[in-house]
Design a protein around this ligand. Sequence first.
Ligand code: FBP
Length: 247
Amino acid sequence: MRKLNNPFLKNGKAMILAYDHGFEHGISDFNDFSLLPENILELAANNGYTGLVLRKGLGELLFPVSKKVPLIIKLNGKSPFLRENDSLVSADCSVKYAQELGAKGVGYTIYLGSQFEKEMIKEFGKIQEEARERNLITILWLYPVSKEILSWENFTANACRLGLELGADMVKIKYPGSKEELKKARKYCPSLKILLSGGEKLAEEEFLNNLKESLKAGLDGVAVGRNIFQQEDPESMSKKIQEIIFG
Ligand code: FBP
Protein backbone atom coordinates (compact mmCIF):
# COMPACT_ATOMS: atom_id res chain seq x y z
CA MET A 1 0.00 0.00 0.00
CA ARG A 2 1.37 3.41 -0.89
CA LYS A 3 2.28 5.64 2.01
CA LEU A 4 1.21 9.26 1.85
CA ASN A 5 3.41 12.11 2.84
CA ASN A 6 1.71 13.51 5.95
CA PRO A 7 1.87 17.34 5.94
CA PHE A 8 0.52 17.53 9.50
CA LEU A 9 3.67 16.05 11.03
CA LYS A 10 6.92 17.66 12.06
CA ASN A 11 9.58 15.18 13.19
CA GLY A 12 6.79 12.58 13.31
CA LYS A 13 4.67 14.63 15.74
CA ALA A 14 1.52 16.72 15.31
CA MET A 15 0.24 19.85 17.03
CA ILE A 16 -3.18 20.54 15.60
CA LEU A 17 -5.59 23.28 16.62
CA ALA A 18 -9.25 22.21 16.52
CA TYR A 19 -11.80 24.96 15.87
CA ASP A 20 -15.12 23.34 15.03
CA HIS A 21 -16.71 24.22 18.36
CA GLY A 22 -19.28 26.71 17.06
CA PHE A 23 -20.86 23.85 15.18
CA GLU A 24 -20.31 21.21 17.89
CA HIS A 25 -21.06 23.14 21.06
CA GLY A 26 -22.33 26.58 20.10
CA ILE A 27 -21.23 30.08 21.01
CA SER A 28 -20.82 29.36 24.73
CA ASP A 29 -17.35 27.93 24.02
CA PHE A 30 -16.08 31.31 22.80
CA ASN A 31 -14.79 34.51 24.36
CA ASP A 32 -14.08 37.87 22.67
CA PHE A 33 -10.83 36.51 21.25
CA SER A 34 -11.94 33.09 20.07
CA LEU A 35 -15.25 34.09 18.51
CA LEU A 36 -13.29 35.57 15.61
CA PRO A 37 -12.00 32.88 13.20
CA GLU A 38 -9.32 35.33 11.98
CA ASN A 39 -7.74 35.36 15.47
CA ILE A 40 -7.62 31.57 15.52
CA LEU A 41 -6.00 31.43 12.11
CA GLU A 42 -3.29 33.90 13.23
CA LEU A 43 -2.78 31.91 16.43
CA ALA A 44 -2.29 28.70 14.44
CA ALA A 45 -0.06 30.32 11.84
CA ASN A 46 2.25 32.08 14.31
CA ASN A 47 2.70 29.45 17.00
CA GLY A 48 4.03 26.33 15.36
CA TYR A 49 0.77 24.49 14.73
CA THR A 50 1.09 21.73 12.16
CA GLY A 51 -2.61 21.84 11.27
CA LEU A 52 -5.90 23.67 11.77
CA VAL A 53 -9.32 21.97 11.82
CA LEU A 54 -12.27 23.94 10.45
CA ARG A 55 -15.76 23.26 9.17
CA LYS A 56 -16.26 24.17 5.53
CA GLY A 57 -18.02 27.50 6.20
CA LEU A 58 -14.97 28.81 8.04
CA GLY A 59 -12.70 27.32 5.38
CA GLU A 60 -14.56 29.49 2.85
CA LEU A 61 -14.50 32.55 5.08
CA LEU A 62 -10.75 32.36 5.70
CA PHE A 63 -9.78 31.06 2.25
CA PRO A 64 -6.93 30.33 1.50
CA VAL A 65 -6.08 29.04 4.99
CA SER A 66 -3.60 26.58 3.53
CA LYS A 67 -1.26 29.43 2.60
CA LYS A 68 -0.69 29.93 6.34
CA VAL A 69 -1.19 26.53 7.98
CA PRO A 70 -2.09 23.03 6.70
CA LEU A 71 -5.87 22.72 6.70
CA ILE A 72 -8.11 19.85 7.78
CA ILE A 73 -11.78 20.11 6.89
CA LYS A 74 -14.03 18.29 9.34
CA LEU A 75 -16.72 16.59 7.30
CA ASN A 76 -19.31 15.67 9.92
CA GLY A 77 -20.27 16.72 13.43
CA LYS A 78 -22.99 16.78 16.05
CA SER A 79 -24.81 20.06 16.72
CA PRO A 80 -25.79 21.31 20.18
CA PHE A 81 -29.46 21.35 19.11
CA LEU A 82 -29.80 17.58 19.14
CA ARG A 83 -31.75 16.29 22.08
CA GLU A 84 -30.64 12.64 21.85
CA ASN A 85 -27.07 11.70 22.70
CA ASP A 86 -27.08 8.99 20.08
CA SER A 87 -27.78 10.26 16.56
CA LEU A 88 -26.67 9.53 13.03
CA VAL A 89 -23.90 12.03 12.32
CA SER A 90 -23.40 12.20 8.55
CA ALA A 91 -20.99 14.19 6.40
CA ASP A 92 -22.18 17.59 5.19
CA CYS A 93 -19.10 18.35 3.10
CA SER A 94 -17.57 16.25 0.34
CA VAL A 95 -13.92 15.24 0.11
CA LYS A 96 -13.79 16.98 -3.27
CA TYR A 97 -14.99 20.29 -1.84
CA ALA A 98 -12.61 20.03 1.12
CA GLN A 99 -9.75 19.70 -1.37
CA GLU A 100 -11.03 22.70 -3.35
CA LEU A 101 -10.81 24.70 -0.13
CA GLY A 102 -7.15 23.75 0.07
CA ALA A 103 -7.41 21.00 2.68
CA LYS A 104 -4.60 18.47 2.89
CA GLY A 105 -6.68 16.32 5.20
CA VAL A 106 -10.26 15.46 6.09
CA GLY A 107 -11.68 14.65 9.50
CA TYR A 108 -14.64 12.47 10.43
CA THR A 109 -16.15 11.37 13.76
CA ILE A 110 -17.36 7.84 14.40
CA TYR A 111 -19.30 7.50 17.65
CA LEU A 112 -18.33 4.04 18.80
CA GLY A 113 -21.08 2.05 20.44
CA SER A 114 -23.76 4.11 18.68
CA GLN A 115 -26.76 2.36 17.19
CA PHE A 116 -25.68 4.19 14.01
CA GLU A 117 -22.06 3.04 14.16
CA LYS A 118 -22.50 0.83 11.10
CA GLU A 119 -23.70 3.77 8.96
CA MET A 120 -20.83 5.99 10.09
CA ILE A 121 -18.27 3.25 9.38
CA LYS A 122 -19.78 2.79 5.93
CA GLU A 123 -19.66 6.49 5.15
CA PHE A 124 -16.09 6.80 6.40
CA GLY A 125 -15.15 3.80 4.23
CA LYS A 126 -16.10 5.78 1.12
CA ILE A 127 -14.44 8.95 2.38
CA GLN A 128 -11.19 7.08 3.09
CA GLU A 129 -11.05 5.66 -0.45
CA GLU A 130 -11.74 9.01 -2.07
CA ALA A 131 -9.20 10.71 0.18
CA ARG A 132 -6.58 8.11 -0.88
CA GLU A 133 -7.31 8.80 -4.56
CA ARG A 134 -6.89 12.52 -3.94
CA ASN A 135 -3.75 12.13 -1.78
CA LEU A 136 -5.46 13.55 1.29
CA ILE A 137 -4.82 12.46 4.87
CA THR A 138 -7.73 11.05 6.90
CA ILE A 139 -8.17 11.76 10.57
CA LEU A 140 -10.75 9.83 12.53
CA TRP A 141 -12.24 11.26 15.71
CA LEU A 142 -12.93 8.04 17.63
CA TYR A 143 -15.27 9.00 20.40
CA PRO A 144 -17.44 6.79 22.61
CA VAL A 145 -21.17 7.43 22.23
CA SER A 146 -21.47 7.71 26.01
CA LYS A 147 -19.02 8.73 28.73
CA GLU A 148 -19.08 5.40 30.55
CA ILE A 149 -17.83 3.49 27.47
CA LEU A 150 -14.57 5.48 27.62
CA SER A 151 -13.61 3.71 30.84
CA TRP A 152 -14.22 0.18 29.50
CA GLU A 153 -11.11 -1.93 29.60
CA ASN A 154 -9.38 -1.83 26.18
CA PHE A 155 -11.80 0.77 24.79
CA THR A 156 -9.04 3.08 23.58
CA ALA A 157 -6.81 0.32 22.20
CA ASN A 158 -9.79 -1.27 20.43
CA ALA A 159 -10.87 2.10 19.04
CA CYS A 160 -7.38 2.82 17.68
CA ARG A 161 -7.11 -0.65 16.19
CA LEU A 162 -10.45 -0.12 14.46
CA GLY A 163 -9.14 3.18 13.07
CA LEU A 164 -6.02 1.46 11.80
CA GLU A 165 -8.00 -1.28 10.11
CA LEU A 166 -10.36 1.26 8.56
CA GLY A 167 -7.32 2.83 6.90
CA ALA A 168 -7.20 6.12 8.82
CA ASP A 169 -3.82 7.87 8.81
CA MET A 170 -4.37 9.48 12.19
CA VAL A 171 -6.88 9.02 14.99
CA LYS A 172 -7.93 11.42 17.69
CA ILE A 173 -8.98 10.01 21.02
CA LYS A 174 -10.15 11.28 24.38
CA TYR A 175 -7.81 10.80 27.34
CA PRO A 176 -8.93 7.43 28.75
CA GLY A 177 -7.92 8.28 32.30
CA SER A 178 -4.94 5.95 32.46
CA LYS A 179 -1.52 5.81 30.88
CA GLU A 180 -1.78 2.02 30.68
CA GLU A 181 -4.67 2.28 28.21
CA LEU A 182 -2.63 4.62 26.03
CA LYS A 183 0.37 2.27 26.11
CA LYS A 184 -1.88 -0.58 25.00
CA ALA A 185 -3.17 1.50 22.09
CA ARG A 186 0.42 2.23 21.08
CA LYS A 187 1.40 -1.44 21.34
CA TYR A 188 -1.46 -2.71 19.17
CA CYS A 189 -1.19 0.09 16.58
CA PRO A 190 2.51 0.81 16.17
CA SER A 191 2.17 2.43 12.75
CA LEU A 192 -0.84 4.61 13.52
CA LYS A 193 -0.56 8.29 14.42
CA ILE A 194 -2.54 8.70 17.65
CA LEU A 195 -3.47 12.21 18.80
CA LEU A 196 -4.87 13.35 22.11
CA SER A 197 -8.04 15.37 22.23
CA GLY A 198 -8.26 18.14 24.82
CA GLY A 199 -11.78 18.10 26.24
CA GLU A 200 -13.13 20.74 28.60
CA LYS A 201 -10.71 23.40 29.74
CA LEU A 202 -8.46 22.25 32.58
CA ALA A 203 -6.03 24.23 34.68
CA GLU A 204 -2.96 24.87 32.53
CA GLU A 205 -0.64 22.66 34.60
CA GLU A 206 -3.09 19.75 34.64
CA PHE A 207 -3.49 19.79 30.88
CA LEU A 208 0.27 20.05 30.30
CA ASN A 209 0.87 17.11 32.67
CA ASN A 210 -1.70 14.97 30.82
CA LEU A 211 0.09 15.85 27.61
CA LYS A 212 3.52 14.90 28.98
CA GLU A 213 2.16 11.60 30.29
CA SER A 214 0.47 10.85 26.97
CA LEU A 215 3.65 11.50 25.01
CA LYS A 216 5.58 9.26 27.40
CA ALA A 217 3.00 6.55 26.74
CA GLY A 218 3.82 6.87 23.03
CA LEU A 219 1.19 9.22 21.61
CA ASP A 220 2.10 11.36 18.60
CA GLY A 221 0.73 14.75 19.58
CA VAL A 222 -2.49 16.67 20.07
CA ALA A 223 -5.54 17.96 18.26
CA VAL A 224 -6.88 20.38 20.84
CA GLY A 225 -9.26 23.33 21.00
CA ARG A 226 -10.66 24.60 24.29
CA ASN A 227 -7.51 24.00 26.32
CA ILE A 228 -5.81 26.50 24.06
CA PHE A 229 -8.29 29.14 22.97
CA GLN A 230 -10.11 29.31 26.31
CA GLN A 231 -6.87 29.89 28.26
CA GLU A 232 -6.15 33.40 29.42
CA ASP A 233 -3.12 33.59 27.14
CA PRO A 234 -3.56 31.21 24.16
CA GLU A 235 -0.17 32.20 22.68
CA SER A 236 1.78 31.40 25.80
CA MET A 237 -0.14 28.10 26.19
CA SER A 238 0.65 27.25 22.56
CA LYS A 239 4.36 27.88 23.16
CA LYS A 240 4.34 25.56 26.19
CA ILE A 241 2.63 22.82 24.21
CA GLN A 242 5.06 23.32 21.32
CA GLU A 243 8.01 22.99 23.68
CA ILE A 244 6.65 19.73 25.17
CA ILE A 245 5.87 18.14 21.80
CA PHE A 246 8.85 19.25 19.75
CA GLY A 247 11.35 20.14 22.45
P1 FBP B 1 -11.40 20.12 22.49
O1 FBP B 1 -9.90 20.02 22.64
O2 FBP B 1 -11.89 21.49 22.78
O3 FBP B 1 -12.11 19.03 23.22
O4 FBP B 1 -11.66 19.92 20.94
C1 FBP B 1 -11.48 18.70 20.34
C2 FBP B 1 -12.78 18.23 19.75
O5 FBP B 1 -12.65 16.94 19.20
C3 FBP B 1 -13.35 19.16 18.72
O6 FBP B 1 -12.84 18.88 17.45
C4 FBP B 1 -14.82 18.95 18.89
O7 FBP B 1 -15.54 20.09 18.60
C5 FBP B 1 -14.96 18.67 20.34
O8 FBP B 1 -13.73 18.15 20.78
C6 FBP B 1 -16.03 17.69 20.68
O9 FBP B 1 -16.03 17.61 22.06
P2 FBP B 1 -17.08 16.79 22.88
O10 FBP B 1 -16.98 15.39 22.42
O11 FBP B 1 -16.61 17.00 24.27
O12 FBP B 1 -18.39 17.40 22.58
